[in-house]
Design a protein around this ligand. Sequence first.
Ligand SMILES: [Fe+2]
Ligand SMILES: [Fe+2]
Length: 270
Amino acid sequence: MDEPYLAGPDTYALPSHVPVPGVGNLLVNAFVLRSEEPVLIDTGLGTDSPEFLDAVDSIVPLSQLKWIWLTHDDADHTGSIQKVLERAPQAKLATHGMAALRMASWFPLPLDRVHALQFDDSLHVGDRTLRALRPPTFDNPMSIGLFDEAKGTLFSVDSFGALLPEVTQNAFDIPMEDLTQGMVAWGTFDAPWMHVVDLDRFEAVLDGVRRLDPARVLSSHLPAAEGNLKHFLEVLRSLRDADPAVPPNHEAFAQLAALIQNASEAPAAT
Ligand SMILES: [Fe+2]
Ligand SMILES: [Fe+2]
């Protein structure tokens, strides 16, 4: 797990990253929103669990956490979900109802703690309202992002993610050309349906984001990004005509696995 940082007003990013040799780094963020009723957005990678729980606890004591907003039930978002539910007994789980039911098929999820969300719902968290929304691109039909209306922060789930040449805390510390390439690489992989969308209809989806006029975009797979929304929307639109992502064949995967294995066995640099 990487160092937590302030990603926007009242908002901390809890980042981790997975190096993919020859491809780049996949950043995986959860967030803590220090609203009057504190909210944890997603629960990181399972491999980071002890550090992740300590990091959350250092920002908002787990015993005081009121909400866990789970954007979807993919493994890179649910890593510590069971442990957070145990350590934060007051917290309700705000998520897509079907995501809750699917999770209940792999661990004993207390369904009475679930607050089922629909798109456009408002969740009041004391001093502000969080609006549930469908992110413009997604890899899971249960994906529900949110907009913090008080601070103009859009939590965009997997949308606007990128495969990164380096891990930073500010997306614009990465050269724009590398950032754009990385967003296209991620977007074609994460939303493999983009090449079949109707562009006019997709434009209406992008208009919805434009109307929100977010001050910053916090993606699960991008460093914090303040500004440049116009360019980000153009990148999403470009996915329609980008080459679809192709998964590695068996031979390429075996080479990749060997590189990952070697990297994990290499002595740490001093
Ligand atoms: Fe996902
Ligand atoms: Fe993800």
